[in-house]
Design a binder for this molecule. Structure first.
Ligand code: XIL
Length: 323
């Protein structure tokens, strides 16, 4: 790969990337991760689906390896994620009808996972994706079914008790697509702050398609920053295939993709320094992207900054220039 300046050298805030243990044996991946990034978000192995066993015990082997590698590279780690509607598990399902035991186990899970990583992470996504896309309400999930809307406040209180110094993050997606969702997300934030719930960082994932109208990312960052909290642009990738109507025309979206990467970089870099918690991209090379794992199809998507050979793509160069 050609000699390019480390991406992280272009920014005053932490530049992050997601990682899984399955990728750690790839020397090119490891070298690039070490060179270009300050911070690692475990893509999957710090989630409940991995950590929590059906008998309630916790396994930390894989996330510990990610943390160890990050430390070897002088990087920090972001905890992702404690409570997510998409993952609950047999252990909690079985406790469903016992409100008190359920709440005790819920608090204990947050406490024990956080306790394991005190001093090793510089923030936690405590609740992930709580708002419905249409912005009408909180999402239904096991946590809400048993604990009510309070499940969110309880999670942040438990997290704060476990590690009072840890920045606590509320993370969601499609905030740039749906103004009503963004409004509901901000109403939740406002309520939490009024109630004195510990919350320091807002995460906006920014999994977008290349046909997202211009200006939506900028507006979203501006609206979130108006809360005065720190902002994490937490899972950036820009899909060509999700924008294209068929597999053959997807390359026509490259210019649009570049414009959006530039907008994200510029708008994030323009935030007040004190509110820049960091910018994280959701994968290294195109072949590492979750889009190419879940449904590769005949033609691979190209949502990331580096190509499969490890070269910084034109879109990556434009992104870096705009930072
Ligand atoms: C995704 C990972 O990329 C996949 O590998 C995994 O199978 C499922 O989760 N929002 C999030 C991330 O907060 O955790 C998701 O990551 C992508 C959407």
């Amino acid at each position: 790969t050609g000699a390019i300046a480390p991406l992280k050298s272009h920014v005053p805030f932490p530049l992050g990337v997601c990682a899984m243990t399955a990728q750690m044996g790839d020397p090119q991946w490891a070298a690039m991760i070490a060179t270009h990034f300050d911070r690692i978000t475990p893509e999957w192995e710090m989630k409940m689906e991995y950590i929590l066993q059906p008998d309630g015990s916790l396994r930390f082997d894989a996330p510990d390896r990610i943390v160890q590698q990050a430390r070897n590279y002088g990087q920090s780690v972001l905890g992702h994620t404690l409570i997510w509607y998409a993952q609950d598990g047999d252990y909690f399902q079985k406790l469903k009808s016992q409100r008190q035991a359920f709440e005790a186990a819920y608090r204990a899970y947050i406490r024990d996972v956080m306790a394991h990583y005190i001093g090793y992470v510089d923030g936690w996504d405590v609740v992930n994706e709580p708002i419905l896309d249409d912005g009408s309400d909180l999402r239904d999930c096991l946590w809400r079914e048993v604990l009510g809307d309070d499940y969110i406040d309880i999670a942040y209180q438990a997290a704060h008790e476990a590690d009072p110094a840890c920045p606590l993050i509320l993370n969601d997606y499609n905030l740039e697509y749906y103004p009503a969702k963004r409004k509901r997300f901000l109403a939740l934030v406002e309520g939490m702050l009024k109630r004195g719930v510990p919350l320091q960082v807002l995460g906006t994932q920014t999994h977008i398609a290349a046909d997202l109208p211009r200006g939506a990312i900028r507006e979203t960052l501006r609206d979130l920053a108006a809360t005065g909290l720190k902002i994490h642009l937490s899972e950036l990738d820009i899909s060509l295939k999700e924008a294209a109507k068929n597999a053959l025309d997807f390359r026509n979206y490259r210019d649009a993709q570049r414009a959006l990467y530039e907008e994200a970089a510029e708008a994030y870099a323009a935030l007040p320094t004190a509110q820049q918690f960091g910018l994280t991209v959701w994968g290294l090379r195109d072949k590492d992207s979750w889009y190419n794992r879940k449904d590769k199809g005949l033609i691979a998507d190209e949502p990331l900054l580096f190509d499969d050979a490890g070269q910084l793509k034109p879109v990556g160069q434009a992104f870096v220039k705009a930072l």
